[in-house]
Design a protein around this ligand. Structure first.
Ligand code: NAD
Length: 249
């Protein structure tokens, strides 16, 4: 049975990692899917690709309008595009704070603003924001990134409240460390990537990283009519990092 038969979805940051896995899963489950990304050149049929930068309101509006026209409407927005930042508050200057906040927080606002008029016309409207365990975990060396994801969590709750009577559900997923090209780039930059990967895996209660497909599964649930009574929630997809109180072996 298809959960998304007859529904249309837009996935930002859908050319890589979690977004790519999500776009593929939604399409496999019967949705018509559009991907909005800085570089959609690797997006293959049946997915539709649109080039836009979530920090540029004009490009966001144009891409959302084109995607909605091609899809014939919009039922699901997966607000997923995001970038990382490392360090303490002493390591990132004002320009870096504005740059990362602009992508991770205001970027989601821009896409939601462009999508909401279309979502309101759907019988099954859902927004799923990609947040992170960093929103609440107090991770070291992640001050700026954590602040952006804390804002995404608050934004998710506020949007859920604002749009619940309009029939638009808003939830977020909180992935733990997920095995995506992003984490691959971080590991490649380490002195000993294999040792770094092993250390990262050992820190997970499950002993392994989360897969992009596992995050996509959670996004698909929150995006589908199966979760029709769920709004204003954050679903952890983190191998137990948030909920369990295990000490690493
Ligand atoms: P990724 O780097 O593999 O993919 C991110 C995608 O977003 C890329 O295709 C990129 O081109 C696109 N993108 C970046 N900036 C953009 C912009 N300004 N406009 C349009 N598109 C843009 O990363 P990922 O690991 O799949 O991360 C996706 C989301 O998941 C992010 O929001 C990230 O914060 C979140 N997340 C990731 C992890 C992890 O461990 N990988 C953990 C928690 C949360």
């Amino acid at each position: 049975m298809s959960d998304f038969a007859g529904l249309s979805a837009l996935v930002t940051g859908g050319a890589s990692g979690i977004g790519r896995a999500t776009a593929a899963l939604l399409a496999e489950r019967g949705a018509r899917v559009a991907v909005l990304d800085l570089d959609p050149s690797g997006v293959d049929k049946p997915l539709l690709g649109y080039r836009a930068d979530v920090t540029d309101d004009t490009s966001v509006r144009a891409a959302v309008a084109a995607a909605v026209a091609d899809l014939g409407g919009l039922d699901v927005l997966v607000n997923n595009a995001g970038i990382g930042a490392q360090g303490t508050v002493e390591d990132n200057d004002d320009a870096e704070w504005h740059r990362v906040l602009d992508v991770n927080v205001v970027g989601m606002v821009r896409v939601a603003r462009a999508a909401l008029p279309h979502l309101r016309q759907s019988e099954h409207a859902a927004i799923v924001n990609t947040c992170s365990i960093a929103a609440t975990a107090g991770l070291p060396q992640r001050a700026l990134y954590s602040a952006t994801k804390g804002a995404v969590l608050s934004l998710t709750l506020a949007m859920a409240a604002d749009h619940v009577r309009e029939g638009v559900r808003v939830n977020c997923v909180n992935p733990g460390t997920a095995d995506t090209p992003w984490i691959g780039r971080l590991l490649d930059a380490a002195a000993d990537p294999a040792a770094e990967r092993a250390a990262l895996e050992a820190r997970q209660p499950s002993g392994r990283l989360v897969s992009a497909a596992e995050v996509a599964g959670a996004v698909a649930y929150l995006a589908s009519p199966l979760s029709g009574a769920t709004t204003g929630t954050a679903l952890a997809v983190d191998g137990g990092m948030q909920g369990l109180r295990l000490r690493p072996a």
